[in-house]
Design a protein around this ligand. Structure first.
Ligand code: SF4
Ligand code: FES
Length: 376
């Protein structure tokens, strides 16, 4: 146990050398606002939301990039800190289109705030991340209206020329999380920050579209975007899409076992996100895991067995289909022996299903001819 201690908001806390003030705070349940910090990537100190006041240091320090030192006394919500955060939020909301932030003088009720925002926007151009946006959350927390500075328009048009992701540059706060997620976590290297000053934007390649870049549409950038700048193209068309039930499951596309949250609305899966704090994927997914769920509610799914009769597939009952298959198995076994039969299972089905297939092959068919194919 380390002997080094730091005081945060009056609590004396032990830490390991090398830990940042933000890490120690989070470990001890102290919530410091942050917009650019991305777990698993190198801290950049870009957004200035995590500023804290350290006794004797004069100015404010970004807690995500400031290593702790023995004896430091830190304040995360001092008057100076709150003033600075309010200014940062005002500046962010003045740049681009963040239309959910409304004046709520004296308001302290989240429901009331949301209802007013809905009314204010008249549902017409509501941000697709409404209700699930860190900028909105912090604006409410610090009661920031977004009317302190003159608004600046975003010069870049919305991009949705691919089947999966909508990029709305007018809502981007240039936190850089998508760039880090793409380069440091998924290592696809499709995104970077391009241009300079007020023209800065997240670019792909030499500022082409996602579809024309080397983006593999893993969706990691959507998962980490704290605002509504990157969203799933289909999901945002669903009314009140942010109100959904989360069901945790294991991806069945391959044997890695990535942990997924299925977002279910009206008994339909509307989107998939990776489970952040669980092995093996820690929030990351591939294009199949994140977007390959249409088949679940597809009207083209077979719900009854089909038997080919006179060259045509005819719907039948399960009894008829199972009797047919079992008779054929018995015929082959009788004529050629059990080893004339074999079973291929799949890496895409569950362990339990594979176990049943193995039991069926060995105990019922009486052969050891069983294998799996990764592509089935
Ligand atoms: Fe940050 Fe989202 Fe803009 Fe990327 S698109 S820089 S994650 S706000
Ligand atoms: Fe520390 Fe953004 S979270 S500067």
């Amino acid at each position: 146990m380390s002997e080094q201690k730091i005081t945060i908001n009056g609590s004396l806390l032990a830490f390991e050398p090398g830990q940042s003030i933000l890490e120690i705070a989070e470990e001890n349940g102290i919530d410091i606002p942050k917009l650019c910090h991305l777990k698993g990537a190198k801290p950049t100190g870009a957004c200035r939301m995590c500023l804290v006041e350290v006794d004797g240091w004069g100015g404010l320090s970004a807690s995500c990039v400031t290593p702790a030192a023995d004896g430091l006394v830190v304040h995360t919500e001092s008057t100076k800190v709150i003033e600075s955060r309010k200014n940062t939020l005002e500046l962010l909301m003045a740049s681009g289109n963040h239309n959910c932030a409304i004046g709520t003088p004296g308001g302290s009720n989240w429901e009331e705030f949301q209802e007013k925002a809905h009314e204010y926007d008249k549902g017409a151009n509501l941000c697709p991340a409404w209700g699930d946006c860190m900028l909105q959350t912090y604006a409410y927390r610090y009661q920031v209206k977004g009317d302190m500075f003159a608004k600046s328009e975003c010069p870049y048009p919305l991009e949705d020329t691919n089947p999966f992701i909508t990029r709305d540059f007018s809502r981007c706060i240039l936190c850089g999380r998508c760039v880090q997620a793409c380069n440091e976590i998924q290592v696809n290297r499709a995104l970077s920050i391009g241009k300079r000053g007020s023209d800065a934007k997240v670019i792909t390649g030499i500022d082409t579209t996602l579809a024309d870049s080397n983006c593999v549409f893993c969706g990691e950038c959507i998962q980490v975007c704290p605002v509504g700048a990157l969203v799933e193209k289909d999901v945002v068309k669903i009314k009140d899409h942010w109100i959904n039930d989360k069901v945790r499951t294991t991806c069945s596309y391959c044997g890695v076992g990535c942990q997924l949250n299925l977002h279910v609305k009206d008994n339909k899966v509307i989107k998939v996100t990776g489970v952040e704090d669980a092995a093996p994927n820690y929030g990351s997914l591939c294009v199949k895991g994140r977007y390959g769920f249409d088949f679940i509610s597809s009207p083209e799914r077979l719900t009854k067995p089909l038997i080919k009769k006179d060259g045509e597939f005819i719907e039948s009952s399960w009894d008829e289909a199972l009797d047919l298959v079992s008779n054929k198995f018995n015929e082959i076994k009788k004529e050629h022996g059990a080893d004339a039969l074999g079973v291929f299972t799949s890496a895409r089905i569950t362990n339990e299903e594979n176990y049943i297939a193995h039991k069926f092959t060995r105990a019922v068919l009486k052969t050891n001819n069983i294998d799996h194919c990764a592509r089935l």
